[in-house]
Design a protein around this ligand. Structure first.
Ligand code: GN1
Ligand code: MG
Length: 339
């Protein structure tokens, strides 16, 4: 294919945006249609991205992220005739992002890098960046949304979800625990990625080393539990969140410990004593939150997450509930945690 011909291919497996790789043999860009149902203020995404990009450019040596690109009108957002909102980033050549963590080493590396990313942004006042999706990882808020969905759900969906609803309600004490994190001295706001799956890290095709984290749309101020918790949720589990092999869902102990080790190393001395003491709550809170979110969406008629078959969100919620049960068992046995 010569430089004249432009090829377009779908990129990534996100549940929210549509993402494409566009270009020819010499230059490629990432073009993304922002889901404005989820991201109500796409200009905030652009603001946070540019602030972060410029900060990292000034502090070379730290991690660099792909350059944001302007449209032909000089703007970083482009609204087409159908009102779709587009943004573009430089495509990183010779890179790949794995879908799963196949060994402890990969889990450790990913965790260390997401943590190092937060650490490298310590000098950028988190409070000056926009809260892209208000209350995104606020467990109290997610629990309220869940209760409201239970109250307004269609009867057939409610019936199907009843056992999962009961199990999630039984774990309400996790919301009380989450509320104790409101103390900003003990649990400061930092710039968290808020979607730390391995597929959101770019690796170098030639060296297999980490290049940088991507999918920074939810980069915003948050609490320590978010990123570590999401990595435990997605990498310590033996099964993907879409798996329906409940009996195979376990916490891979060596992966859990590698994620924790990588995170502590990457984040360095910036964690407070309270955060360190409560570190094992991260996974519990994030797995619980994701179970609530999937079930809420099922109860409300699958409006948020893309699905490919009718009861997928219910199945996903059951997957996360099973994972939560396994995690509780694991933390009791290996870390003598009481719950
Ligand atoms: C969504 O679209 P994707 O896969 O990057 C969601 C995350 C969930 C994840 C579950 C903005 O992320 O919070 O953890 O699905 N992102 C948003 O797979 O809601
Ligand atoms: Mg994402």
């Amino acid at each position: 294919m010569g430089p004249g011909k432009i090829a377009i291919e779908s990129l990534g497996h996100g549940l929210i945006h549509h993402t494409y790789k566009v270009g020819h043999s010499e230059r490629k860009i990432v073009l993304q249609a922002i889901n404005t149902g989820v991201f109500k203020k796409p200009e905030d995404i652009i603001y946070n991205y540019r602030e972060t990009y410029q900060y990292l450019e000034k502090h070379k040596g730290a991690i660099g992220i792909p350059e944001p690109l302007q449209a032909i009108n000089g703007q970083f957002l482009w609204t087409d005739e159908e009102n779709n909102c587009w943004r573009a980033l430089e495509f990183v050549h010779h890179s790949y992002s794995p879908l799963t963590a196949d060994n402890e080493e990969a889990a450790y590396t990913v965790s260390k890098n997401f943590a190092a990313f937060t650490r490298s942004l310590e000098g950028l006042n988190a409070q000056t960046l926009k809260e892209i999706i208000p209350d995104f990882h606020n467990l109290s808020f997610r629990y309220r949304q869940f209760k409201k969905a239970v109250a307004t759900s269609q009867p057939d969906r409610l019936t199907k979800a009843t056992p999962v609803i009961s199990s999630l309600k039984e774990r309400r004490s996790l919301v009380d625990y989450y509320d104790t994190l409101a103390d900003a001295k003990k649990y400061p706001f930092r710039l968290m990625h808020h979607d730390c799956k391995i597929s959101n890290i770019l690796f170098d095709l030639n060296t297999d080393g980490v290049i940088c984290p991507v999918d920074l749309d939810t980069l915003m101020p948050g609490k320590f539990i978010s990123d570590l918790g999401d990595m435990i949720r997605t990498m310590a589990s033996s099964e993907d969140e879409d798996s329906i092999h409940w009996e195979s869902i376990t916490i891979r102990s060596s992966f859990y410990n590698a994620i924790l080790e990588g995170y502590l190393e990457g984040i360095g001395p910036i964690l407070t004593e309270e955060e360190k003491k409560n570190i094992h709550y991260s996974g519990l809170l994030l797995v619980y939150m994701q179970a609530l979110r999937f079930l809420t969406d099922f109860l409300l008629g699958d409006r948020y997450y893309k699905t490919s078959y009718p009861e997928q969100n219910l199945k996903r919620a059951l997957n996360q509930l099973t994972l939560l049960e396994r995690l509780e068992g694991f933390l009791k046995a290996e870390y003598s945690m009481e719950m």
